[in-house]
Design a protein around this ligand. Structure first.
Ligand SMILES: *Cc1c(COP(=O)(O)O)cnc(C)c1O
Ligand SMILES: [Zn+2]
Length: 374
């Protein structure tokens, strides 16, 4: 049961039953906290709502769900042989709207509706805007979405079809943020709203449940805003507190593109925060975030779990997308393919052992990116 919100930086408590964005004290992201003494095991729902006791929506409406969550965890034996590794893929391509952003949107929109919010605004690299616009439509909320002009075309069409107002801007997601700055609606930007992360954390719960309530050695995540990685780490910590898992947590790996790698640079510099990445560009559009708001939380999660951060280039990403299709019959999104490039690089430098059990996240459907090719 949701108890309160806590600032990720200064720890100040905030009332979870009021509409909240950032910490009133230090303008950092707020994290949902629960009374973990009253959490039941998962229900039978074949969706992320099976973890309702650790979700912020007080009265989930079964009719609202589009079946988001409970995606398969699939072994990749041929690719594992080729890379001398032990790889399992959490396949988020099967989710409504074709990306794991639907997890954050389903929970974030459901909670927004519960709190009486009538409309949302957000800058996006495409997939989040599509997911939030569509779930907002389902919930009867209005939305204004801004995205860079080279965001995947299909995500524009999803937003437009939903009836949302779409604003296309030159530049990156940072420029898109400026384009909705003055819109008078609830700001649902990455980590400026506390509940998107709660939806995304269910990836962590599912991985552990699907492994029979044990953790893998390593989890590799394509990192943009980093919400998925922070969420998975949060889920692991909650499960440890609940007594559902014990022992060391999986080493968490943030993968970025060499065209936009602020987290990798900060990790290598031993810095607590990232600095703005100039002229950011990558075909892996979902991870094109020049300065994530939650950078300090991402870096903490990686360091606390003895993980690492690694950048891979777009040519390698597209090569590995094709290699995965050829060997496994799976057409990854570029962001997902980056995790395979990371396995390849980390095996080469010995950071990964051949018998380390590695879970990679394919965060979306390859078919959302027509025309992206070697
Ligand atoms: C948004 C997105 C990411 C990055 O997610 P974060 O949790 O914000 O780091 C990765 N892959 C895809 C397909 C995305 O849409
Ligand atoms: Zn604070």
């Amino acid at each position: 049961m949701l108890s309160h919100l806590e600032c990720a930086r200064c720890g100040r408590r905030h009332d979870a039953d009021q509409v909240q964005n950032l910490c009133h004290e230090c303008a950092s992201p707020l994290l949902a906290r629960y009374d973990l003494t009253r959490v039941a095991r998962p229900t039978q729902d074949n969706s992320l709502w099976r973890y309702r006791d650790v979700l912020p929506v007080r009265a989930p409406d079964p009719a609202f769900s589009l079946g988001e969550g409970m995606t398969p965890l699939i072994p990749l034996p041929a690719l594992s042989r080729a890379l001398d590794a032990n790889i399992l893929m959490k396949d988020e391509s099967l989710i409504p709207t074709g990306s794991f952003k639907a997890r954050g949107a389903a929970v974030g929109v459901a909670r927004a509706r519960e709190l009486g919010i009538k409309g949302i605004k957000m800058p996006t690299n495409g997939n989040a805007g599509a997911a939030w616009a569509l779930y907002a439509a389902r919930a009867g909320l209005s939305s204004v979405i801004a995205m860079p002009e080279d965001a995947p075309l299909i995500t524009r069409e999803e937003v437009e079809a939903s009836g949302a107002e779409l604003r296309i801007v030159p530049g990156t997601i940072a420029d898109a943020a400026q384009a909705v700055k003055d819109v008078d609606l609830f700001d649902a930007s990455t980590l400026k709203e506390p509940y998107r992360i709660e939806g995304k954390k269910t990836m962590g719960y599912e991985i552990v449940e699907q492994l029979g309530w044990r953790v893998p050695d390593v989890i590799i995540y394509p990192t943009g805003g980093g919400v998925g990685l922070i969420g998975i780490h949060k889920a692991l910590q909650e499960m440890r507190e609940l007594g559902w898992i014990d022992g060391p947590l999986p080493r968490l790996v943030a993968v970025q593109s060499t065209g936009c790698a602020p987290i990798v640079r900060a990790f290598n510099d031993g810095a607590a925060e990232s600095t703005f990445w100039e002229n950011a560009y990558t075909d892996a559009f979902g991870i094109n975030v020049p300065k994530p708001l939650g950078d300090f939380i991402i870096l903490q999660a990686i360091r606390e779990t003895d993980g690492t951060a690694i950048a891979v280039d777009d040519t390698q990403i597209l090569h590995d997308r094709n290699e995965t299709a050829r060997l496994e019959g799976v057409f990854l999104c570029p962001e997902g393919a980056a995790t395979i490039s990371a396995v390849r690089a980390l095996r080469k430098d010995g950071w990964l052992k051949s018998d380390d059990e590695v879970v990679v996240l394919n965060t979306g459907a390859g078919i959302k990116y027509p025309g992206v090719r070697l």
